[in-house]
Design a protein around this ligand. Structure first.
Ligand code: MN
Ligand code: MN
Length: 476
């Protein structure tokens, strides 16, 4: 047997089979420290607005300024663009400007949850309750959302434009909300024989809001009125203000360490705030001015197809990059800018489906993401015959694996489940349509899209490290 081949085989086996806790044994403290910072992002960023608010505030602390205030752009300039409080683009201008293209990481900070309807508030006399009607956002298993503690977060914009931030249920001193489920004693006909998506329907996702009526037995809607009175006192809002609100119902649970060894995290919205955090933190932590201009993009609306003005599909992304290119390039032109994009490289940093011991049959185990084996690469996503996928170039994969190996970043490569099992997508195809070399990469998540999702702290760290070496050292 050829010695080099044998060595290569050993390296591959080591990469595929060794826990990242071993391959990063000198950095486990750093990984655990990073996870403490990450948990703060999860707790303060329970919806896309709150996450962007924190990201922007931390960006300012890290020396980033709004593009309009930055003046002349040069190597080392740190700037950001905020889009309607739900989408953020940050950049560190490189020594080479944009001559060799941008190095981009794009993550999304929206997550599946229950949105409050425009006319949500109802009272039910028979159960003596008032409840809020919701409309689920993104891919949820509706039965997950019943009989768990819930919080109400977001904003109400009053008719005069006043913004009221709503956050009830996240502070341990707050009350919480819930959606009642049917008791097992009476659930035989109404639930037990049904298929999973019909066990709880969208129209049953009604959040129990209040119970005590106002002190007037003559009034018919006394409970609803009492709830409105509370909301009016706290936020100055009336019933009609619900229609100019963005209120999201999320689990009333802060991020917690998971496991005896505290090696994992259980929290809401880790798809894809884990990569959003890793990406952002990697950009903040750049010690020296990078060669290329590095860009972190935090998108909204990925879970509903990336449309809307704050989604990856909006022209905001293109517009901001053109402003940067215009600021650092002599003889800027549209054609030149398109060439710059064509020479750019992006990581679509989004999570992967980690194998779990209860449901191994949906994975091809040799091509599945495993928790604790480092950051995951997906050459393609999609469903059936890779439909809807970006499918990255082999050349790009070669450059990327070289980069990760050189910098001791544990990585793995997978498909999203067995070939005909299901599928999904990311923002990758929306980046690559500009000609940007694009590949999917991110943290393995167990129980993705459940109210609380599971990650490994070492994988969160590996994701951060991958983003960081990509920003610092990727040459393409
Ligand atoms: Mn995602
Ligand atoms: Mn998702």
């Amino acid at each position: 047997m050829d010695k080099t081949l044998l060595e290569e085989r050993k390296k591959t086996l080591f990469r595929q089979q060794t826990s990242a806790w071993h391959s990063l044994s000198d950095e486990t403290k750093a990984a655990r420290d990073l996870s403490e910072e990450y948990k703060v992002y999860l707790d303060e960023g329970k919806n896309e607005r709150f996450f962007i608010e924190k990201a922007e505030s931390d960006a300012r602390k890290a020396g980033f300024v709004p593009f309009e205030e930055a003046g002349e752009l040069k190597g080392g300039s740190k700037i950001f663009f905020t889009n309607r409080k739900k989408n953020l683009l940050l950049a560190v201008i490189g020594k080479d400007g944009v001559n060799k293209g941008f190095s981009l990481c794009a993550s999304h900070v929206d997550a599946p949850r229950l949105d409050v309807k425009p006319n949500p508030l109802n009272e039910d006399g028979d159960s003596s309750t008032a409840y809020l009607k919701t409309h689920y956002y993104g891919g949820v298993k509706k039965y997950h959302w019943v009989q768990i503690p819930l919080a109400l977060t977001g904003v109400v914009i009053l008719k005069d434009g006043t913004v009221k931030k709503v956050d009830i249920g996240n502070d341990p001193a707050d009350p919480v909300f819930t959606i009642p489920d049917i008791l097992i004693h009476l659930s035989g006909k109404i639930q037990a024989d049904k298929k999973m998506p019909e066990i709880i329907t969208g129209e049953q996702l009604n959040v129990l809001l209040a119970h005590q009526p106002v002190d007037d037995p003559e009034l018919k809607d006394g409970i609803k009125l009492a709830a409105l009175e509370f909301l009016n006192e706290k936020y100055g809002m009336t019933e009609e203000d619900f229609l100019s609100a963005e209120l999201e119902v999320v689990p009333a649970a802060n991020a917690r360490d998971l496991g005896l060894d505290r090696s994992m995290i259980l929290a809401h919205g880790q798809d894809d705030r884990v990569c959003g955090f890793a990406n952002l933190k990697a950009l903040f932590d750049l010690k020296e001015t990078p060669e290329r201009t590095c860009v972190a993009f935090l998108a909204d609306k990925e879970e509903v197809g990336s449309r809307g003005s704050t989604g990856m599909d909006s022209h905001f992304f293109y517009h901001c990059l053109s402003k940067i290119a215009h600021g650092v390039t002599e003889n800027y032109s549209e054609i030149l800018f398109r060439d710059i994009l064509n020479n750019s490289h992006a990581l679509s940093t989004d999570v992967a489906a980690a194998v779990d011991y209860n449901f191994k049959s949906v994975h091809d185990m040799g091509n599945a993401a495993k928790m604790g084996r480092g950051v995951n690469i997906n050459k393609y996503t999609g469903a059936r015959g890779k439909a809807g996928s970006n499918d990255a170039d082999a050349e790009y994969l070669a450059a990327l694996r070289q980069l990760l190996d050189e910098h001791n970043v544990p990585w793995q490569i997978s498909e999203l489940g067995k070939v005909d099992e299901g599928g999904g997508g990311t923002v990758a195809f929306l980046l690559s349509r500009y000609g940007i070399h694009t590949i999917d990469m991110g943290t393995p998540v167990m129980g993705m899209h459940a109210p609380l999702e599971i990650t490994s702290k070492i994988d969160v760290y590996a994701t951060y490290k991958a983003c960081r070496v990509f920003y610092e050292s990727f040459r393409g």
